[in-house]
Design a binder for this molecule. Structure first.
Ligand code: ZN
Length: 199
C-alpha cells in the first residue's frame, strides 16, 4: 500500500506566537460590527485563544500522546472503543462539526492503553478537517502504531455548515468509515464491529 503514514508525517510549522487578534478585529469591522463596543473589546483575544486550542492537534505528536502505552499481550481478538465524542472544525467553512467515533482493531499481540484512543481522536479532530480525512487518519494512525490484523473506524457527525447555512438540515447526519486489513477483506469481521457499535 502506498498510503503515507500519518504518524511520521511532518506537520506544517505553526506560529502560535503570531496573534490573529488584528485579523479578528478586521473581520468584525467587515461584518459591520464595531470592534470597540464593550461586548466585542476582548473578542479578538478570545477568538485567538479559542482557535489556537481548536487547532492544537497540529502541534501534538500521536507518538508522544501514546507515550509507550502499547503493550505486548497474547491477544488476537477485537478491541472496540465506541461512542467517543469529538468536536472538530470543517476546513471549508471553519464551522464546527461534532459527533461520535467508534474505533476497533483486531490485535496482533499488541494492544494500546484504552484511554489513549480518545486522545488520538482529539489530535486529529483538533485541526481543520473534513470528516472523511479525520476517519481515515485515525485508522491509519492505529494501523501504524499497532500493526494490527485490521482496523475499523466509523464516524457519525453533524455539521454546522449544513445545519445553520447551506441546505439547513437540522437532523441529517453524516457517517464515514475507514476499514483496513481484515475489516476490509472479511465481511464477518466488519459485521461483528458494526453490530457491536449498534448494540
Ligand atoms: Zn463545511
Amino acid at each position: 500500500m502506498s498510503r503515507k503514514s500519518t504518524v511520521v508525517k511532518m506537520l506544517p510549522p505553526r506560529r502560535p506566537d503570531v496573534s490573529i487578534e488584528p485579523l479578528v478585529k478586521q473581520m468584525l469591522s467587515a461584518l459591520g460590527e464595531d470592534p470597540t463596543r464593550e461586548g466585542l473589546q476582548r473578542t479578538p483575544y478570545r477568538v485567538d485563544k479559542a482557535l489556537k486550542f481548536l487547532t492544537s492537534g497540529y502541534d501534538t505528536d500521536p507518538a508522544k500522546v501514546v507515550n509507550g502505552a502499547i503493550y505486548s499481550v497474547k491477544y488476537d481478538e477485537m478491541v472496540i472503543v465506541k461512542d467517543i465524542e469529538f468536536f472538530s472544525m470543517c476546513e471549508h467553512h471553519m464551522l464546527p462539526f461534532f459527533g461520535k467515533v467508534h474505533v476497533a482493531y483486531l490485535a496482533r499481540n499488541k494492544v494500546i492503553g484504552l484511554s489513549k484512543i480518545p486522545r488520538l481522536v482529539d489530535i486529529f479532530a483538533r485541526r481543520l478537517q473534513i470528516q472523511e480525512r479525520l476517519t481515515q487518519e485515525l485508522a491509519d494512525c492505529i494501523k501504524d502504531m499497532l500493526d494490527p490484523i485490521g482496523v475499523g473506524v466509523v464516524c457519525e457527525a453533524q455539521h454546522f455548515c449544513m445545519m445553520m447555512r447551506g441546505v439547513e438540515k437540522q437532523h441529517s447526519g453524516t457517517v464515514t468509515s475507514a476499514m483496513l486489513g481484515s475489516f476490509r477483506s472479511r465481511k464477518a469481521t466488519r459485521d461483528e464491529f458494526l453490530s457491536l457499535i449498534r448494540s
